[in-house]
Design a protein around this ligand. Sequence first.
Ligand SMILES: O=c1ccn([C@@H]2O[C@H](COP(=O)(O)OP(=O)(O)O[C@H]3O[C@H](CO)[C@@H](O)[C@H](O)[C@H]3O)[C@@H](O)[C@H]2O)c(=O)[nH]1
Length: 448
Amino acid sequence: MGIPHFLAIPYPIPGHVNPLMQLSHLLSKHGCKITFLNTDYIHKRTNNNISISDKNNLKNEPTTINFVTLPDGLEPEDDRSDHKKVIFSIKRNMPLMLPKVIEEVNDLDVENKISCIIATFNMGWALEVGVNLGIKGVLLWTASATSLACCYRIPQLIHNGTIDSQGFPTKAQEIQLSPNMPMMNTTNFPWRAHDKILFDHIVQEMSTVELGHWWLCNTTHNLEHATFSISPKILSIGPLMSNEINNSSFWQEDTTCLDWLDQHPPQSVIYVSFGSLAVMDQNQFNELALGLDLVNKPFLWIVRPSNDNKVNYVYPDEFVGTKGKIVGWGPQKKILNHPSVACFVSHCGWNSTIEGVYCGVPFLCWPFSGDQFVNKSYICDVWKVGVELNKDENGLTSREEIKEKVEELLGDQGIQERSLKLKKLTLDNIVEEGHSSKNLKNFINWAK
Ligand SMILES: O=c1ccn([C@@H]2O[C@H](COP(=O)(O)OP(=O)(O)O[C@H]3O[C@H](CO)[C@@H](O)[C@H](O)[C@H]3O)[C@@H](O)[C@H]2O)c(=O)[nH]1
């Protein structure tokens, strides 16, 4: 048996590239060889964002991660926040080019040819290419196992009339996907954007990813224990929280916020971040800014630049902001792990969810789209480590709501205690004999 050589292929957004990069680092530490395939566009973008000190460090570090790239088929000026465009362009172009890349990589190291493909969702075509070349494959699912279970169950949900063929719930109701799983509302299914073309894509992609022998999930047994019975393919390997240099950041990280956090007492700072995709309108932005002013606590707020790096938002005239620090992009895991952070105002993307849980930080949930509503239900109703921010009759989360909920959250001793307990249970998965550690070892042995 040789060393497993993995070809890692993420869909080109941070929510997929980051966890696959972390898994790659972990596999590399276990002696595996990794070839990481980014689109040209993303490779250029993430490479520009490695800080000078990290670049120097990278040179000294022996790494078994080798990078290769392929074009996504779009023009440089095309809008890559249009996911339909990106998904279909990739599906049209990359499958034809992948065999050549594999051949070239294998020619460079004939002793250790690519033995397994790890693709994230939307990149299931890579598993098909692998099957044709006799290379085995797995899916890395980057959202919760419960979201995966929802997608896996689409055919049954259509069959039993819970949703129609376009993914719309036939009525709002509480259902259980399988016995022992928490009740979930049919309006919270992760494909809630209700786009027929994207829904059909999900259905097709779910049948393609059946080619993956395992569906690796960045989750843990304690967080979603009842979900694993949905399919024997689901394997928890999380939380993926490697401390390696972040060589996959889409924006330059502003690390001055860590020094700023150092100057604040323990559990005093409200951390506000909505991941890499969520966009709010200017009215909502104003309410958030003024809400943070109203709260009697310092805040660290990530106001992400748009993809073309032009600032989108205008701060309202009344905004004071002197209690806070605003940065464009920060080292989120280090921020969440900082003792000064008291709570996390989050859009509940899965990576943010698992990072917050790992750090034992209570949540103020502000879901925007997709799987974030399912995640919010787990945070507030299942694990009970957060509260939800509600919207008023105009569809806005008001400044008063923000102030009230921050105070409610920080005054809730039960939530603080449960967050720390959940942290411990979650970390137990990655100790030597922990559930996720064992799963990872078994997976590597399978890949040999
Ligand atoms: O200043 C920041 C802000 C965020 N992050 C990182 O960016 C990632 C954000 O990921 P996530 O919280 O999952 O949010 P999205 O970027 O919105 O992720 C998309 O992909 C996820 C995984 O599939 C889904 O759960 C989300 O709903 C979807 O929007 C996390 O690792 C954060 O640590 C930083 O490094 N610095």
